[in-house]
Write a protein that binds this ligand. Sequence first.
Ligand code: GCU
Length: 622
Amino acid sequence: MIRPSRLIPIAFASLAFGATAAAVNAQQPLKTLLVGVDHRTVTSLDGDWHYLVDQPPARALYDAHGKVRDNSYGMNTHPNISSSPHNDEYDFATAPTLKVPGDWNTQDPTLFRYEGVVWYQRDFDFQPRPNTHTFLHIGAANYRSYVWVNQKRICDHEGGFTPFDCEVTTALKPGSNFVVIAVDSTRDVDGIPSVGIDWFNYGGLTRDVSLVTVPTTFIDDYDVHLKHGSSFSEADGTLTGYVHVVGASAGTPVTLRIPEADIDTTVKTGTNGSAPFEVKSKSLTLWSPEQPKLYKVELASGQDRLTDDIGFRDIRVDGTRILLNGKPIFLQGANMHAEAPYRTGRAWSDEDAKNIFGFLKEMNANFVRLCHYPHDERMERMADRDGIMVWSEIPLWQHISFDKPEVYAKATYMLNEMIRRDRNKASVILWSVSNETPNNPTRTKFLTDLANEARRLDPTRPITSAIIGPHPKTTAAGIEMINDDPFASALDVIGQNEYIGWYEGKPEDADKVKWTFPDKPVLISEFGAEAKQGVHGGPDERWTEEQQVNVYQHQFVMINKIPQVRGLIPWVLMDFRSPVRNIPKLQDGFNRKGLISEDGKKKQAFDLFQKTYKDHSVGKAE
Ligand code: GCU
């Protein structure tokens, strides 16, 4: 079911990231977004939650005008405690349960194709402590969420792939409490992504849910990175950034300790609660794929303490090269959706991350594009530890309502959430603001502004995006592909998607293609063909493993003629569920461009990339 965009009260949110005039946001003001929650001691609310499917009209989430109802299932009344004159005709306590984290589609067959509102409820014991704040931390919930605690409406959130925190301090009571969260997975024409997507719209509380208790003044945000000057050598072991303390008056001390780097410094907050710092280490080992060194970073202010594991490295563009710690690199990677290997469904767990990174390492990859949205934080943590570089992106996928200011505000908010969560992850080397959007002035302005916002938020990483088109022009010299997309001028690194040999022309046509790009590094950010694992035939027989290999072999000939290609990102590491892929016996609801099937079976193209990456036989770092 696709709902036209609802009129949602537009509230000017004083964003925790700093009130910005453009940030007109369609959701409750977010009090904060806690960084490093996975390194704090939390009360986990993962596990079995009771659930009920939304039942219009009596207690449904939205009234007839699309407004959130007050006397909905959020009240969690029971037949025996109902104060209303009639039985409220629902009872979470005896309702079935779903595992959280997890999408509902692959947990309950009756919900497999359900797109709408599911109500989650659970009880929990809690002992509030004086002089503390408690936040409900939700790693992600797709797509809109509405939260009640002990019958009090707490917060809303829009966006299916980024974390959010809602303060519940005043709603909690000693002893037994309960939380109700309505999650609405309905696609929205003004959503991000919009309504047409080539992946499964898994709904639900798809990542961890926990309670985080912090002191009256607490550290909610920090940025600790290698100084990013005009050249790599300028850094010379200097670390810089800030620590933000909520509730701190100016002059509050903040301590930063990195014992293994001989760093122990105390700085003071300014009037905005932020304590900037710059400190030099005599003995810093830089993070790289070959040596993914992480340091224990200890932050403290007042009663609040937290640690994080952070790697330090320099990533920058130099002409058409990408430099990591001053050295040119070539990115040998793959695209990957957050699809759980073997079990399918939305990937979130340590097991899922281990399986996905196992495939990447087996393929001799040093890079992964976590498409088309931020994945579970476990993925970037594993990338940090394993030395796999990451392209991270928000889901502005193809057709977005680029003409609407409230959509720009949502995109800005989502970009803030992504960068805030992962800015301290050395493995993340690229932020991407979109995928395959139509080349028109409204979109180009929207995305250029967004790319500049990303650069403002994080000047230490190159900004990229995946561009589709141009279409081939046949000339006497062969086939010309000229990337003259004006949006490319807003990017530091160009992602070029192309499917010569699958969607366009024959595999061998790639041999005759001459590409023209702006003078910047280029990543072939999507290329490939469909193949059903185990289906074999001739090199020109579509849907066979041999044809998939044939497409890539001709692609390699073409790519080796493009001097500024600095990375290969085949589409896609693993087959993934997509409701638009319905050829019986070949797709059966899966996009089959994977190098591996969803049940972990390698196709011949996997072996091709494994050897190509081992031999470094395609593309050059400079
Ligand atoms: C597009 C798009 C992907 C999609 C792929 C395909 O380029 O970016 O999300 O799945 O092509 O058609 O398989």
